[in-house]
Design a protein around this ligand. Structure first.
Ligand SMILES: NC(=O)c1ccc[n+]([C@@H]2O[C@H](COP(=O)([O-])OP(=O)(O)OC[C@H]3O[C@@H](n4cnc5c(N)ncnc54)[C@H](O)[C@@H]3O)[C@@H](O)[C@H]2O)c1
Length: 349
């Protein structure tokens, strides 16, 4: 058996803790080190996983057992810390966004290539079975041409305190760069090519922070609309993605989808084999078939598996340079390009 790949996680915050729990269940990797400027926090999580704690990135980069850096710090640090990790000879599992600017994202890709290191972005949608089904269905052409894609992401922003880095565009890049990149990438996957931003708007709440954004885009001949509102609570949050084809509708629910619905008059023997997980069928009065596939294990399990799949692919690529990655730096860059374009379009107004 090959030696488990050593992970050094930098940024032991809320999501870092979730990722460590996911990595700790994987035989392909071992948690070697945890770093955080809040050293007590790093120590606490390092102790939990029998790893070494460091008060900064530099200490962790000098640890020979660290082969992959999992970068879980706020977005403005991804480029400088990612470059430092690559320059120290470490592979990179980067949280989204890859960087705040297209230029910095390109620099990360170029540095990884120049040094023969692997780099991936934690785009959990790319590892989600329901998004994978939506993409396969679109690519199969069985429902006809893709006409329209719509995202309504009503997120639990009310749980983020006013001084959280998320609300500061200098630290987060703003909603499009911090969060929207997931969906620009997922829509590009379904549509089979990069999109183009046509128009954008931003809405501010009382203290001037942008809490809602929307944009119009096109992916080839498919129209797209994205809306993110960080103005809901954990009790009222809801996310719906609707994909409209010539011959049917596909609906994904929750921001990390745990279900998908297909409504179409097309004979289900032509597409039901692509559906993941538990499936229920209903025949409507007009004869259309409604299929609903869902993950009864729920969001946390689906989310954890997606993180593990991304890390598993990177660990395999670290041991075998020929192994391919589902999420490449180029995909991180393409979606960031759209996020940067819509951010600057909205702020021009
Ligand atoms: N892929 C996903 O689904 C997903 C989900 C949530 C968050 N994220 C991303 O994960 C990252 C972290 O988000 P979070 O919600 O955990 O944030 P957080 O604020 O909870 O955690 C960030 C941690 O980084 C530490 N930190 C700050 N500066 C540092 C430095 N210079 N060196 C070392 N540590 C430093 C902080 O002390 C904190 O513990 C963000 O990039 C976010 O976009 C990704």
């Amino acid at each position: 058996m090959t030696k488990p790949v050593g992970i050094g996680l930098v940024g032991a915050g809320a999501y870092g803790e979730f990722c460590l729990a996911a990595f700790s269940q994987m035989p392909e990797v071992s948690i070697a080190a945890v770093a955080d400027v809040n050293h007590e926090r790093a120590q606490q999580l390092a102790d939990q996983y029998h790893a070494r704690a460091y008060p900064n990135l530099e200490g962790l980069l000098n640890d020979a057992d660290v082969e992959v850096v999992a970068l879980n710090t706020p977005p403005n640090l991804h480029a400088p810390q990612g470059l430092a990790a690559l320059n120290a000879g470490k592979h990179l599992f980067c949280e989204k966004p890859l960087a705040l600017t297209v230029e910095d994202a390109q620099k990360l890709i170029d540095t990884a290539n120049a040094k023969g290191l692997r780099l991936t972005v934690d785009y959990v949608m790319r590892q989600n079975p329901f998004w994978a089904f939506a993409a396969s269905l679109a690519h199969s052409g069985v429902l006809g041409t893709l006409r329209h894609m719509d995202l309504a992401n009503h997120a639990a922003g009310l749980s983020l305190p006013a001084n959280h880095w998320f609300w500061n565009p200098a630290l987060s890049g703003g909603i499009w760069i911090e969060h929207g990149v997931h969906f620009f990438d997922a829509f590009a996957w379904v549509a089979g090519g990069e999109g183009q931003i046509l128009g954008s708007a931003a809405y501010q709440h009382g203290d001037g922070a942008t809490d809602r954004v929307e944009c119009l885009a096109r992916y080839g001949d498919a129209a797209a609309h994205f809306y993110h509102g960080f103005d809901q609570s954990s009790q009222t949050e809801q996310t719906t993605v609707t994909l409209t084809f010539e011959q049917g509708y596909v609906t994904l629910r929750e921001w990390v989808p745990t279900s998908i619905e297909v409504l179409t008059p097309v004979d289900d023997t032509l597409w039901s084999n692509l559906l993941p997980r538990t499936v229920e069928y209903t025949t409507l009065d007009d004869g259309r078939r409604l299929a609903r596939a869902y993950a009864p294990e729920g969001k946390s399990v689906v989310y954890t598996r997606a993180i593990q799949d991304g890390m598993r692919q990177l660990a395999a690529a670290v041991r075998d340079p020929q192994a391919s990655l589902t999420v490449t730096g180029e995909q991180g860059l393409a979606s960031l390009r759209m996020a940067v374009a819509t951010t600057s379009l909205a702020s021009d107004k």
